[in-house]
Write a protein that binds this ligand. Sequence first.
Ligand code: AMP
Length: 232
Amino acid sequence: MNIILFGIQGAGKGTQARAIALALGIPVFEAGAELRKLALLETPEGGMIKRLINQGKLVPPGIVMTRVAGFLDETTTLDGVVFDGVPRSLDQAIALDEMLERKHRTSIAVEIRISEQCSTERVLQRRQCSRCGTAFLPEYHHHTCNLCGGLLIKRVDDTAEALQIRIANYQSRTLPVLEYYRKANKLITINGEQLVLDVTKDIFTQLSPLLHTEKDIEQLLFQSSPDNQVSI
Ligand code: AMP
């Protein structure tokens, strides 16, 4: 099962994508992170992507969907993928659906809903790990990430000006995509203004009847935490 996460900036898509991926043992495709990697390339395309991201504008769909197609061709994606940040427009949603259908794969959309005010407060206050991308709110006082030790930084596009454009894009380009999945009976909505663990729990409660998994909600929750992963 492919799980497509939606939510305005700061809704917690990245955090929940990692939790779901850990619990289900499937990879995450994080569109923003993939594009930030391309933006580092010293090519005309890299420069263009960097400018668009920094201004809060959307990158042309062809660039994003080419990355998605390449990712879906990898065998590690056979059991499903958690999509974070794509599709962001109707043309991307239709292209993704076609790619998944060609591979006989099913999908469900999950909207993590928060208010615009909550989005602004969270985004303007958050810091992000420069290594693994985990987001931290001001309650976390340290300078390094508690998961990987990376340095915490402020994202260049987490400014009031860029955020205004990103929220406007979400409303004009991405909300119609939610409507598209709602009409197809493939959308579940979760209240994102709760503790992180409660959001994860609500997601698993609504998702688990659709997932062909033996695990109950408590097992899924336990496995969704990076602290509980089996490692040597
Ligand atoms: P995010 O990390 O999801 O907030 O994405 C950061 C930035 O990457 C966005 O503001 C856009 O500039 C770009 N971006 C991410 N995903 C997409 C997408 N699906 N389509 C176009 N641009 C995207």
